[in-house]
Design a binder for this molecule. Structure first.
Ligand code: BTN
Length: 327
């Protein structure tokens, strides 16, 4: 786990506006001229188009849409969500990497830290399933330290689903649905999945990792056929590549807003929003809950985030964890 997050310090001094000379950069950042040139080279390799003038220095002509910490934090209006970012061209899994960091030293990982990977070689989905994560998607994990009992965890997943549905709606005027507990669907095809993990002791949560995978600009033909059939990307829906940087920034702002409400214990407001996006309230469904298939009508969602189901025999049951089956 010696991987180093990529950040390129000179980025904060380069702009599309005025040129800045190598000398000025090296004075401002206390780097040698060779270091400055190395960073310029690194940026070029990452896809930045940089104009180099022997007299005037450097100026950005165009930027790629890659999720470098500087680009995410640039003009980000949050207080803590997204203010610390670790970015990797490739990881096995952002959740696994974040977990390792937290196990090593949680106090060194501020609340709201993002772990982002351009691709994941061993992305993990719900129920231990594989989550295929080629480049072009958004694969990230957010670290939280909520004042919460472990039984409150499902609420974090519900809150995250609302935040993502809202972000997609606000940015693209698209109405997506939330499929309980953790999928975001557009016309029954999956755009996003959420995987929350936690560590707890003596009845209190120590930390939470909110893993979010969003099909944004990734090419779905890289998915196996069965997953391809059930998936859709934001690029596929809107017809053009989206700005992943703008998406992550918007997500951070919304996430912080909702998390603040959540911390004040006002979950009913979040639940009301969840209901408006719900895929299944009022629907007849079948679900696999702990290996048992239960059928009935979904009546509502409970304060703890459980589905309230009226079974075919009339009995009302609450389901805290399970998978909805196709009808
Ligand atoms: C699911 O729907 O099964 C949940 C998918 C969660 C995928 C994300 S991608 C970022 C983070 N890292 C992982 O390995 N998984 C989550």
């Amino acid at each position: 786990m010696d991987l180093k997050s990529i950040d390129i310090p000179i980025l904060s001094y380069l702009s599309e506006g005025l040129f800045i000379s190598g000398e000025e950069l090296s004075n401002k950042l206390a780097f040698s001229r060779i270091d400055i040139e190395r960073q310029i080279q690194q940026l070029t390799q990452l896809g930045y188009d940089i104009s180099v003038d022997n007299q005037k220095g450097y100026r950005i002509i165009s930027r790629p849409d890659i999720l470098l910490p500087f680009e995410i934090k640039n003009k980000l209006t949050t207080n803590y969500i997204g203010q610390t970012v670790y970015y990797f061209p490739e990881l096995t899994s952002t959740n696994a990497f974040a977990r390792q960091k937290l196990l090593e030293k949680a106090e060194k990982v501020p609340e709201g830290t993002l772990f982002i990977a351009e691709k994941q070689s061993d992305g993990v989905g719900r129920l231990g399933r594989q989550w295929i994560s080629p480049s072009g998607g958004i694969w990230l994990s957010i670290i939280l330290y909520p004042q919460l009992a472990p039984s409150g965890m499902p609420r974090i997943t519900l809150m995250t689903a609302v935040v993502i549905a809202k972000t997609i709606h606000q940015l693209f005027s698209l109405k997506v649905n939330i499929k309980w507990p953790n999928d975001i669907l557009f016309h029954d095809k999956k755009v996003c999945g959420i995987l929350t993990e936690m560590s707890a002791n003596t009845g209190k949560i120590r930390w939470v990792i909110v893993g979010i995978g969003i099909n944004t600009n990734n090419d779905l033909s890289e998915f196996p056929e069965d997953i391809q059939k059930e998936s859709i990307s934001l690029k596929g829906i809107t017809g053009e590549a989206i700005s992943r940087i703008a998406f992550v920034q918007h997500l951070c702002v919304e996430f912080e807003k909702y998390y603040e409400v959540f911390q004040k214990n006002d979950f009913s407001f979040i639940l009301d929003e969840w209901r408006t996006y719900s895929h299944c309230i009022g629907e007849k469904i079948k679900m696999n809950a702990g290996g048992k298939v239960i059928a009935g009508e979904v009546i509502d969602i409970s304060e703890e985030g459980a589905l309230i189901l009226k079974k075919d025999n009339g009995r009302i049951v609450k389901i805290i964890s399970g998978t909805l089956l196709k009808q």
